[in-house]
Design a protein. Structure first.
Length: 83
């Protein structure tokens, strides 16, 4: 009788840490790796500090957790170029 929470403890695959190229914030992106590579798709996620948009290949919508705040000393938002 040994119950292990397999579903909960599979951290690692698809998860990585990133430093925002705009504001210097450090955050962790919790994506998943699809078993079928064809089901993997590009998801967009935002830097939690400035809102700069990034993309990741993942099997499901990634979760983003802020690890360290921005280091550029500003509090503006990243300006998305719309057109
Ligand atoms: Zn940022």
């Amino acid at each position: 009788m040994n119950h292990t929470a397999e579903n909960e403890t599979r951290a690692g695959l698809g998860t990585f840490e990133k430093t925002c190229g705009y504001c210097g914030a450090r955050f962790r992106v919790l994506g998943t790796v699809a078993k079928d590579p064809l089901r993997s798709q590009a998801y967009e996620y935002d830097c939690p500090a400035c809102g700069k948009r990034y993309e990741v290949q993942s099997g499901a919508e990634p979760e983003v957790r802020l690890l360290r705040g921005r280091t550029d000393g500003k509090d503006d938002q990243y300006q998305e170029t719309m057109f």
